[in-house]
Design a protein around this ligand. Sequence first.
Ligand code: TRP
Length: 382
Amino acid sequence: MSDKDDEMVVTPWEVRGKIDYDRLIKEFGTQRLDDKLKKRIYKIAGESHFMLERDLFFSHRDMDWVLNEYEKGDKFFLYTGRGPSGQVHIGHLVPWMFTKWLQDRFGTRLYFQLTNDEKFFFEPDLSYDDVKGFTYDNALDIIATGFDPEKTYILQDIEDIDLMYEIAVQVAKKVTFSTARAVFGFENSMNIGGIWYPAMQAVPAFLHQHLTGEKVPCVIPCAIDQDPHWRVTRDVAEKLGYYKPASIQNRFVPGLQEGGKMSASDPMSAVLTTDKPKLAKKKVMAAFTGGRDTAEEQRKLGANPDICSVFKYYTFIFMPDDKDLENIEKKCRSGEILCGECKQILAPMMVEFLENHQAAREEAKERIHEFSAERLRTEARK
Ligand code: TRP
């Protein structure tokens, strides 16, 4: 790998190189999610969460203020999203599971944006029908994650533009091309849809107040690569009479192959939520690990869980209990367990998870309307 390949690039549309999360906090100007803040979250939530404990969510904007408001009786609402550029894989579900926890524990509304316009503009190979198809398909995964239908609204940019346009134009007027170019690195060769798009991603942060008249904080759980959007959104918020949205930000969820984040476009690197158990098992068995060249060597010297994708699965999804995780880590480092054996532990966990998710996904087909933005239209008419 040359130095250039290793160079860190993090924008909402491109993540590559070796990720230095401390540098991102500094360059993006976010705050570290420290122990004091975590404790405050746990106190209100009534329990801790392993994704915070293990620093998967590691950065934030304004969460102190949000909790101050909450303690004064001023609830927040949640906003997150997904660009429907392909099928959903297990890595996508990780921050959604955390978002569900926040919804359950804080009793909040959630606006879930499906940005089919974004993916249409930014992915040259995706047709209009493709993004519409993935919008439906991905909505099933969102619903299968278990969000509360009474409190969750799935917004699809293209279909629900009537709800969103009024805010989008007000945002768009306040953002100059030179700001957008500086923040997002836009180039002259881009289509103008992409240049407009950031106005759309700002909308759900303001929609709640726009529709209900209730001025309450917005909290955005998201991967840190989305932060440039929030810089722009926060910059225009007060000028338009809204609060600046807060956010709680996660690291990229690693794939099964060496390095990088999970990518649905590299078929072996990701377990898709629709994979048949047999294929999922095959992907697990082919996963990159921190093992040694020979079994003999590994028994003697142990393996390295720090670079192992199987261990990352345990860390971020399958072993929320610290005792389980410590136990497998000890066995790995000491050479007591070999990688093949360890994968044999992960495989049935993965299969069971997929079977449950796929059953929920089937049910979701009958329940799409329960999550639809249609209810917001009624609210808006009141
Ligand atoms: N741009 C995001 C993506 O490509 C989708 C998105 C829209 C989003 N709004 C969001 C993600 C809010 C997190 C939070 O996936």
